[in-house]
Design a protein around this ligand. Sequence first.
Ligand code: ZN
Length: 386
Amino acid sequence: MQVRGRRFDDGTSVSVAIGEGVITDITPVTGDANDPWLAPGFVDLQVNGYGGQEFNDLDLTTDQVVRVSLAMDADGVTSYLPTATTHSFEMLSSTMKILAAACEESPEVARRVPGFHLEGPYISKQDGPRGAHPLDHCRPPDWDEFQRLQEAAGGRIRILTLSPEYDGSAEFIAKAVVKGVLVAIGHTAANSDQIRAAVDAGASMSTHLGNAAHGQIRRHPNYIWDQLADDRLVASLIVDGHHLPSSVVKSFVRGKTPERCVLVSDLVGMAGMPPGQYTNTSIGSIEILDDGKIVVAGQQQYLAGAGLPITYGVANIMRYTDCDLRTAIEMASIRPAELIRQTPTQLAVGSRADFVAFDLPDTGPATVRQTINQGELVFDASDTTD
Ligand SMILES: [Zn+2]
C-alpha cells in the first residue's frame, strides 16, 4: 500500500510505502496542492463512549465496545483509552470486565485499545471539582477495591485519575505507580501541600486541567496554579472550544510548554447526538445544547463531558497558541503515546504504520481523509459506502 501527503513535521511531500503493518519506504515526491497532511494517528487518552453508548453501562456488551472502537477511525484516532468514570464498584468492575473481554475477543479492539483510563471514583465530593460525577459514588482511595478493579480489567488500567485530598492518598499513589499505573490528579479540591505530596509520591499528570473546578476559587494559591507550576505534571487539555477559553489554553500551554501538554477529547457516549435531553447510564440526566455543549440537565454551568472529537483540539490548539502542526501533533499523537509507554509512530522506515491523512481548513476541525491502523486502511472519507 502506498500513501502520499505532506509530512506534518517539515511540510515536504512524500510517498509512504507500507507492508506488514510497518512503513517500508518513504520517498520524496513533488508537492501537489491537493496533498493531505500526513501524521502519526491521534492517541486519545480519555473516551467515555460514543454514538449513544457509554462504557459505564451495566448492559454494556463486547459488540458495543467493538462498535465504539471502530467509530474512532473516522476521527483519525488509532489508539484510545476507554474511560470509566466514578460509579459503584459493581458498575466499574462490570465495565472493566467487558472492556477486557472485548480486548481478548476482538483483534479490532485490541489494536485500538492499549489500556483503560479509570477516572474516579476516588475524587472530590465538592460541587465543581466533582463535575458531573455522581456524589453518592465519590469516595476516598481504597487500595483493595482498586486492585479488584485492576484484576477485572486484566491489568489494563493504565491511567487512574484521582483527587489527592483524602488522607492516605500519597501512600495509595505510590503503590499504584509501583504497579505501573500512571496516576493523574483531577476532579480535585486538594490544597498545595496535598498536590505536592501527590506528585512527590509519583503522580505525573493533571487530568483536563482547568475543568472540574469550583466556579470561583481563591486567586492564589489554588489547585490550578499548583499543578500548572509543577514541571513533573503533564497536563491533559480539552481544547474543543467549550471547555476552556482560548486565553486559558494559550496560558496553560505557555506555562507548561507543549512538551508537557496532551490533547484529549473526553468524549461522552452522547457525542454526536442532536440537541435535547437524555438520560445517561453513567451520570443521569444530561442536556445537549444547541451549540453542542453537553451539560448536566437543568443548569448550564457544569459540563458533563465533551461531544467533539480530538480533530477539533488539533485545529484549535494551533489557532489558540500560534503553534505549528508539528507541535500540535506532538500533543495529540506522540506525547500521549509516550505517556502510556507505547512506542510513538514516526514517519520513518520501520515504524508501526498508524497514521492519519487530513486537511486543515481555515475554520473548524482537522478533516480526516484516511486513517491507517497497523498498515491497514480503516477509514477512507472518499468511500461513500462507509
Ligand atoms: Zn473528568
